[in-house]
Write a protein that binds this ligand. Structure first.
Ligand SMILES: Cc1ncc(COP(=O)(O)O)c(C=O)c1O
Length: 406
C-alpha cells in the first residue's frame, strides 16, 4: 500500500486508542478501571437536549452556513462578552466540529510549510500532530526548573525566524496546571511584539478550582482592536457541558482570520452538524448551574485523588488547579512511562496515559472525571502493583491476583 509521507508521519491519538482498548477489555468482562478518560461522566444539560430535539422533530435538518448558525454565534458572542468582557461581531466567530477542528482549520489558515508553532511541555497530545498535518514544525519548550510552566524568557528563546504562532492551553491537559497571570501576560506581550499568532486553548477554562478565576487573555493585550489582533481564543461545549459527542467548538478571532478559516472549513466539511449546533446553543443559552455542579464534583474528585496519591512514598504530584487530570511523576518506580502504563493495564487492569505522549517521560496522566469509587480503587490497585511493601494478594471481583513481579 502506498501512503503519503504525511500519513506515515502522523501518530494515532494515544488517548483514543486507550479508550478502545479499555472498551474491548470491558466487553470481555474484564474489571477495567479507566483513569485515562478525557470526558466528564454526567449527561448533557437538559436545555441542550430540548433545543436539539426541537430541531429533530421538524425533520428539517439541512446544511448550515460553513462558519456556523447565526443563532449559535449569538450565544457565543454573549458568552464572550460575559466571560472575556469583549464584544465581538458574528464575523469574529467560527463554529467548528469541536475545538479540535477549530484549531486544525486555524493552523491550516496561518501556516506556510516549515513554519514553527511553539508550545510549552507538557502539552496536549494532539498539538504536535496537528501542526505537522498543517505542514508546520512543532517546537516544544520545557521549563528548565522541571515544572509545568516555563518562563516567558524560555518561550522567547524558542522564537526564531520561522516562528508563526504560540499555543497556550490553561488549565492544561495533561498537568491540570493553571498558568500564572504573569506568564500569560508575558506571552501575550511577546506575541504582540514579534507579530506572532497566539492561540489560547481555553477548553478547560471553566473547570478551575480553589476559588480561582479563569485568566482572561484579552486583559493583557495592548488595546488593539480584535480585527487588528493575532490573538485567537478557542473554546468548546465538550468539557464544560459534558457534551463531547456533540462535537461543537469555536474560535474568536479577527475577521480576516475567521474568513480564511471559513473558506478552508467550507471546502473540508461545511458547517458542523445542525442538531449539534442547536444543542450547543441550547446549552449556552440555558441554565448554567450544570457547569458549577460539574466543577464542584471535579474539585472533590481531585481532592480524593490527591489524598490517595499522597499514600505513595515515591510519587511526586503537583496539585492541579483545574481540568480533570493530574500528572504525577512515577519515575521513582519506573522511568519508562509506556512500560509502566502497559504493566498497570496488564496486571491490574487500570488504564493510564504515559507521560511520554505529552512530552514528559516518567509521568502518568491520571483522570479524575470518573466516580470516586473508580478513583479510590484505581489508585489502590496501582499502589498494590508498584509498592513492594503491599500485601502479596489482591482481589479483583472474585479473581485473586498474586503479585509476582515486584
Ligand atoms: C487541550 C484540549 N484542547 C482541545 C480539545 C478538543 O476538544 P473537542 O472535543 O471540542 O474537539 C481537547 C480534548 O481533549 C483538549 O484536551
Amino acid at each position: 500500500m502506498s501512503l503519503s509521507q504525511l500519513a506515515r508521519s502522523i501518530c494515532e491519538s494515544p488517548t483514543l486508542k486507550l479508550n478502545e482498548t479499555a472498551a474491548l477489555l470491558r466487553d470481555k468482562g474484564e474489571p477495567v478501571i479507566h483513569l485515562g478518560g478525557g470526558e466528564p461522566k454526567n449527561k448533557a444539560p437538559i436545555d441542550a437536549i430540548v433545543s436539539c430535539s426541537s430541531l429533530l422533530q421538524t425533520g428539517d435538518v439541512k446544511y448550515t452556513p460553513a462558519d456556523g448558525l447565526l443563532s449559535l454565534k449569538k450565544a457565543i458572542i454573549h458568552y464572550t462578552e460575559e466571560h472575556y468582557n469583549r464584544l465581538v461581531a458574528p464575523e469574529n466567530v467560527i463554529v467548528s466540529a469541536g475545538a479540535k477542528q477549530s484549531i486544525m482549520v486555524l493552523l491550516h489558515a496561518i501556516l506556510d510549510p516549515k513554519e514553527e508553532v511553539i508550545f510549552p511541555v507538557p502539552y496536549w497530545v494532539s498539538f504536535p500532530e496537528m501542526v505537522k498535518i498543517a505542514g508546520g514544525v512543532p517546537v516544544t519548550v520545557a521549563a528548565r526548573d522541571g515544572g509545568f510552566e516555563p518562563t516567558v524568557e524560555e518561550m522567547a528563546e524558542a522564537v526564531g525566524p520561522y516562528t508563526k504562532a504560540i499555543i497556550l492551553n490553561s488549565p492544561n491537559n495533561p498537568s491540570g496546571a493553571v498558568y500564572s497571570e504573569a506568564f500569560v501576560a508575558g506571552v501575550v506581550e511577546l506575541c504582540e511584539k514579534r507579530d506572532l499568532y497566539l492561540i489560547m486553548d481555553d477548553t478547560y477554562n471553566r473547570l478551575i478550582f480553589d476559588g480561582r478565576t479563569p485568566t482572561n487573555c484579552y486583559r493583557f493585550t495592548d488595546g488593539r482592536l480584535i480585527d487588528n489582533s493575532r490573538l485567537v481564543v478557542i473554546n468548546c461545549v465538550s468539557k464544560m457541558y459534558a457534551m463531547t459527542g456533540f462535537r461543537i467548538g469555536w474560535a474568536v478571532a479577527s475577521k480576516d482570520i475567521v474568513r480564511a478559516m471559513t473558506n478552508i472549513q467550507s471546502q473540508e466539511t461545511s458547517g458542523p452538524a445542525a442538531p449539534s449546533q442547536w444543542a450547543a446553543a441550547g446549552a449556552l443559552n440555558g441554565v448554567q448551574s450544570t457547569i458549577e455542579s460539574l466543577r464542584l464534583t471535579l474539585e472533590n474528585n481531585r481532592n480524593v485523588m490527591m489524598t490517595r496519591l499522597a499514600a505513595f512514598d515515591g510519587v511526586k504530584v503537583v496539585k492541579p488547579g483545574g481540568t480533570f487530570y493530574c500528572f504525577p511523576d512515577f519515575s521513582a518506580y519506573e522511568k519508562d512511562s509506556q512500560k509502566l502504563c502497559r504493566l498497570l493495564l496488564d496486571k491490574v487492569r487500570v488504564v493510564t496515559v504515559p507521560g511520554r505522549e505529552f512530552g514528559m517521560e516518567g509521568h502518568l496522566r491520571l483522570s479524575y472525571c470518573g466516580t470516586i469509587k473508580e478513583i479510590i480503587e484505581g489508585i489502590d490497585r496501582i499502589k498494590w502493583a508498584l509498592d513492594p511493601g503491599a500485601p502479596n494478594e489482591l482481589f479483583l471481583g472474585d479473581r485473586k491476583l498474586v503479585r509476582d513481579w515486584r
